[in-house]
Write a protein that binds this ligand. Structure first.
Ligand SMILES: CC(C)(COP(=O)([O-])OP(=O)([O-])OC[C@H]1O[C@@H](n2cnc3c(N)ncnc32)[C@H](O)[C@@H]1OP(=O)([O-])[O-])[C@@H](O)C(=O)NCCC(=O)NCCSC(=O)C[C@@](C)(O)CC(=O)[O-]
Length: 313
């Protein structure tokens, strides 16, 4: 076979992919089992020890809205920082940013939506008002020398509004880049995207910025995430958000499952010959460990199956 897709996949070999680990934030924010700050820090330390260098460690949002993240300052205090690892957190407003600064975060993230209704449900304000708040956060972060990442939720569909246009996603990307975000992560919050849809939304976003400034943040509710990631890799994107054991979901997107499991992403990338610098067997151990702590079923197909010995991966 010599189709254009085959050629595109073969050119991925040897290229580097940056993984942004979501388990300790997106993963734990929706869990009913409350873990202690020490156990959360233990998760972060294990993730770092497996080679992950970008770890979303907590969230400085309102504890009334997300009680699971109320102790993020204690988690930051309890982690053992490894050199070269960036420990980041969500900050929806200046109050969150100031808490994050006190906790000593390396990087903050602001989170916008491409859907007006989701913005209201998730952060209790319009998209425009959220951009106004993020303007303050980005200005303060710039003065403090702290990098800011942006998110656009509901890029492939909204649990309240339904369809979301690529134009609205691109507009949010444009606004976040204009605020100084160094990277914008495109969120398929409810996991309804399919490869062709994902390619058309990402292609529209690529008219706003380059592939090095875009990340893919795909939830795996409908089992499409790996196919969708491949579609994004073919467009030149090289940054992937993923969650160990496929933990998580968004509390304001009922029924949405966790991010695509980091182990499953690594297995696929290894198969494509791509580099991540992450120790997959060690990550699988962490995946089983956190599921034991949470007393929940592992959502990673790779961790459940175990690595195929014969292939020597
Ligand atoms: C944005 C707000 C705060 C507005 O919430 P609000 O109620 O409109 O805020 P407010 O400014 O009116 O303040 C109300 C109270 O909250 C407090 N407050 C206000 N801000 C903070 C703060 N930063 N830290 C601590 N406390 C805070 C504030 O002090 C006050 O306390 P009170 O006087 O009532 O005691 C709220 O809606 C909120 O926290 N939302 C967060 C929701 C959230 O975390 N969702 C999940 C993350 S997004 C996500 O998962 C999607 C993503 C990123 O993963 C990508 C994807 O998959 O699509």
């Amino acid at each position: 076979m010599n189709t254009r897709t085959d050629l595109a996949l073969s050119t991925l070999q040897g290229q580097r992919v940056s993984i942004v680990e979501m388990g300790a934030r997106d993963g734990l924010q929706n869990e009913t089992t409350q873990l202690s700050a020490n156990v959360k820090a233990g998760l972060v330390d294990r993730l770092a020890a497996s080679g992950l260098q970008r770890i979303e460690t907590g969230s400085f949002v309102s504890p009334k809205w997300i009680p699971q993240m109320a102790d993020s300052d204690q988690v930051f205090a309890a982690i053992t920082r490894l050199p070269g690892v960036r420990y980041s957190a969500l900050t929806p407003n200046m109050q969150g940013f100031e808490r994050a600064m006190q906790a000593g975060v390396d990087e903050v993230a602001v989170f916008a939506a491409a859907s007006e209704m989701f913005s209201q449900k998730n952060i209790n304000c319009s998209i425009q008002e959220s951009i106004r708040r993020f303007t303050e956060v980005c200005a303060a972060a710039k003065s403090a020398g702290i990098p800011v990442r942006g998110y656009v939720s509901c890029a492939m569909g909204c649990p309240y509004q339904g369809d979301v246009s690529a134009e609205d996603v691109a507009m949010a990307v444009r606004e976040l880049m204009a605020l100084g975000c160094y990277e914008v992560s495109i969120g398929d919050t409810i996991g309804t995207g399919t490869p062709h849809h994902v390619q058309s939304v990402l292609s529209r976003c690529l008219q706003e910025t380059g592939p090095a400034q875009l990340a893919m943040h795909f939830h795996d509710t409908y089992g499409q995430a790996l196919a969708n990631l491949t579609a994004g890799l073919q467009l030149g994107l090289r940054t992937i958000d993923a969650s160990v054991a496929g933990l998580g979901g968004c509390p304001y997107a009922q029924g949405a499952s966790g991010n695509v499991a980091t182990e499953d992403v690594l297995f696929m990338l290894q198969g494509l010959g791509m580099e991540t610098g992450i120790d997959l067997p060690r990550l699988i151990d962490t995946s089983h460990w956190i599921c034991t702590q949470l007393n929940r079923r592992n959502q990673s197909r790779v961790s459940l199956a175990g690595l195929p010995v014969a292939r020597g991966i």
